[in-house]
Structures are given as structure tokens and as C-alpha cells.
Design a protein around this ligand. Structure first.
Ligand code: SAH
Ligand code: SF4
Length: 350
């Protein structure tokens, strides 16, 4: 059934020059014929940077004492939702540091429920709030969240433990189980990896693509790794590929996955724009079809630096909307407003 072998994937991910350009071109053609040259939006709300975990790569990790911790008020979340509607963003993504206390999980339930109600069910909601129990995932689903993004970060267990502390809070199998639970509950489930991690090989990345395919996920969000000085993984920053190589590797991953899974939703991650000013456009031209413009109130964005030099931290949402429109028009892509933009990989299966 699989038209591509692991070796094919490795060849794609190793391509250079003309072969590399052709790979991206093929992926763009596949995207155009399966989905069209369209882009859907998810207005991003960075709800809180309070996190119980200590992932070795992330600036929001519990052990980082150099940031002020925040949580948006209910009103701030609702204002973001209103702004999303005003700007025609059909969908919201609520992302947060991971917490599993009921004060947090019940709050998310309430925010999802009230946002759905407030928007008269017009806004779609994606959650990205880490690993939770089946009960909590169900509670959030019942409140109205219908998509969930939980990156596996790397599908290679050995590499996973090089970028996470080896303890019960950072358990590889628990993360895989969480993904399976989300799928079983009926979420449109997304996962993804970071690209250009220290110790990561082309073979790891090829296996990541096969992992997405085996899990048959509806969405993938993957982007370049960007080393953060206030994290333990910084000590290996000289081992990561340079900016150009990391960007190319990211584009190769996107293009190859578009060939492998033609109908899925794939994010052009903001991290691409940290590497290159037009990084998101490059990702869209390599096969991505989702962009997540930031709606977080500006005063909090500086504190949600999961990686440094994040793009658009100073931009106002209005500017952002205007800027995106121009950027997509410049590459002959149309932004689709006021639609949820569900993954065809999911809707055609249902
Ligand atoms: N706490 C949730 C969601 C917020 S973190 C979770 O971990 O699932 C969202 C994503 O940011 C992570 O999945 C990770 O892939 C990405 N991220 C964290 N640190 C990063 C870094 N230094 N460079 C690039 N991406 C990073
Ligand atoms: Fe917390 Fe997510 Fe960052 Fe890990 S990646 S430290 S869970 S915010």
C-alpha cells in the first residue's frame, strides 16, 4: 500500500540541488491537486507558560527561572476569540505549558465551552495542552474542542531520552499512549517533531515520517529546532545543523510528507520564520497548508519564548492579519477565512 519505502524517504531527505527543487515542486503539485493552493488559519492563543515539565530544549520548562510566569484571564481569552472572529480566522488554537491539576484542566474546559457558545459554534478549537488523562481529554472534547496537537518531538525512543529528563513525567510510551487516546476519542489528532536536533540523523527523520503514517494522523506540525540559551540542550548547540541546512531539512520533511500523506493538514510553523524572513512562505510552497497567526496579547509574548528570537513577537494582531494576506498573495496562495479548515484526511475517513 505504501508507495514509498524507507529508503525512498531517506533519498528524498538527502536530496540536493535539482533533486531537492524537484521534490518541493512535486509536493506543491500534490498539494494543489488534493487541497488546492489554499491556506487555513488557526488564531494562536498562548494561554499560559506555567509548565510542570522540564523538556531539555524548551524555554518554558519549569526549571527556567529567567521568565515571568503568566496565565491569561478569562476575559483576555474571550477577547482573543472575538478578535479571531473579527479577523475572519475560522479556528482557534489554544496552546499552553502542561499542567494536570484540576484547577487548570477545568479552566480549559470552561474556556472551550464558553468560546464555542460565544461564537455560536462558528469557531473551531484546537487544543495543544500536553499529555492528559483520557478523562480530561474527553472532558475537553465534550466541551467542544475537536482537534488536538501533541508533538511526539522525535519518534526514536533513544533520542527522546536525550532531549527529555529520564523520569516518569517525561515518559516516551505515555506520550504515544496519549496520542492513541486522542485518536480513539475522535479528535482530529496532530503530531510532529523538531527538525535539526542534536544527535538526530536522517534515518530518525525518515522513521518520524513513517510514524506519522502508521498512526494515520490527520495533522502534522513540525518545525526547525532552535536552541535556547536558558535550557540544558544549549550545551550541544554546536552540534546542530546550520540555519540553511536546518531550513532545507525542514522543507524536505514537509515535501516528503506531502507525498506520503497527500490529504493531511500541515502547519507552516512560525519557527521557520525565525530562521528566514520568508520561512513560512517557503514551507507553504513545499506543501504546508496551515498558518497560525498569533493572537496572544503582546505583553505576554515575551514570556512565551519556547525558543529565542520568535518572529512577530511585537506585531499587533491586525498587522499580522494584513501581513499574512500579502505574504500568501505573493506566492499565489489564497487564505480561506471563516472556515474550520478540517483535514481532508480526517473528514474523508469519517
Ligand atoms: N506544552 C505542550 C504545548 C506547548 S510546547 C507540549 O509540549 O505539547 C509546543 C511545542 O514547542 C513543542 O511541542 C515543541 O515541539 C516546540 N518547541 C519547544 N522548544 C522548542 C525549541 N527550542 N525549538 C523549536 N521548537 C520548540
Ligand atoms: Fe512544557 Fe511543552 Fe515546553 Fe515541554 S515543550 S517544557 S511540556 S511547554
Amino acid at each position: 500500500m505504501n508507495p514509498y519505502t524507507r529508503d525512498d524517504l531517506i533519498t528524498f531527505l538527502s536530496s540536493q540541488g535539482n533533486d531537492y527543487e524537484q521534490l518541493k515542486q512535486r509536493a506543491l503539485e500534490v498539494k494543489k491537486s488534493e487541497i488546492g493552493n489554499k491556506v487555513f488559519l488557526r488564531g494562536l492563543i498562548e494561554y499560559s507558560n506555567i509548565c510542570r515539565k522540564n523538556c531539555l530544549y524548551c524555554g518554558v520548562r519549569k526549571g527556567n527561572k529567567n521568565i515571568l510566569r503568566y496565565e491569561l484571564t478569562d476575559d483576555e481569552v474571550y477577547q482573543c476569540a472575538d478578535l479571531a472572529m473579527k479577523l475572519g480566522y475560522g479556528s482557534l488554537a489554544i496552546q499552553s505549558g502542561e499542567r494536570n491539576d484540576s484547577k487548570f484542566t477545568d479552566k480549559i474546559t470552561e474556556l472551550v465551552y464558553q468560546t464555542k457558545k460565544r461564537s455560536n459554534n462558528t469557531l473551531g478549537i484546537t487544543l495543544s495542552c500536553g499529555e492528559q488523562s483520557e478523562e480530561v481529554y474527553r472532558q475537553w472534547f465534550d466541551a467542544g474542542a475537536h482537534r488536538y496537537l501533541l508533538r511526539i518531538e522525535t519518534s526514536n525512543e533513544e533520542l527522546y531520552y536525550k532531549i527529555h529528563p529520564q523520569d516518569a513525567t517525561h515518559d516516551f510510551q505515555t506520550r504515544i499512549n496519549a496520542l492513541q487516546t486522542l485518536i480513539n476519542l475522535g479528535y482530529q489528532t496532530g503530531t510532529g517533531v523538531m527538525i535539526g536536533l542534536p544527535f538526530q540523523t536522517i534515518e530518525h527523520l525518515a522513521d518520524d515520517l513513517l510514524f506519522f503514517q502508521n498512526l494515520n494522523v490527520a495533522m502534522v506540525g513540525m518545525g526547525p529546532f532552535i536552541a535556547h540559551q536558558d535550557t540544558p540542550l544549549w550545551q550541544y548547540h554546536t552540534l546542530i545543523p546550520d540555519i540553511e541546512t536546518r531550513m532545507q531539512l525542514t522543507l524536505k520533511m514537509i515535501a516528503t510528507l506531502r507525498l506520503l500523506m497527500p490529504k493531511i493538514n500541515m502547519v507552516a510553523a512560525t519557527a521557520n520564520q525565525t530562521l528566514y524572513e520568508d520561512g513560512r512562505e517557503q514551507a507553504v510552497l513545499a506543501g504546508a497548508n496551515i498558518i497560525m497567526p498569533n493572537l496572544t496579547p503582546n505583553q505576554y509574548r515575551e514570556q512565551y519564548l519556547i525558543y529565542p528570537d520568535k518572529a512577530c513577537v511585537g506585531d499587533k494582531p491586525m498587522q499580522c492579519s494584513f501581513c499574512l494576506k500579502g505574504r500568501m498573495a505573493s506566492i499565489n496562495h489564497e487564505i480561506i477565512y471563516n472556515q474550520w479548515g478540517d483535514s481532508k484526511a480526517y473528514t474523508e475517513k469519517a
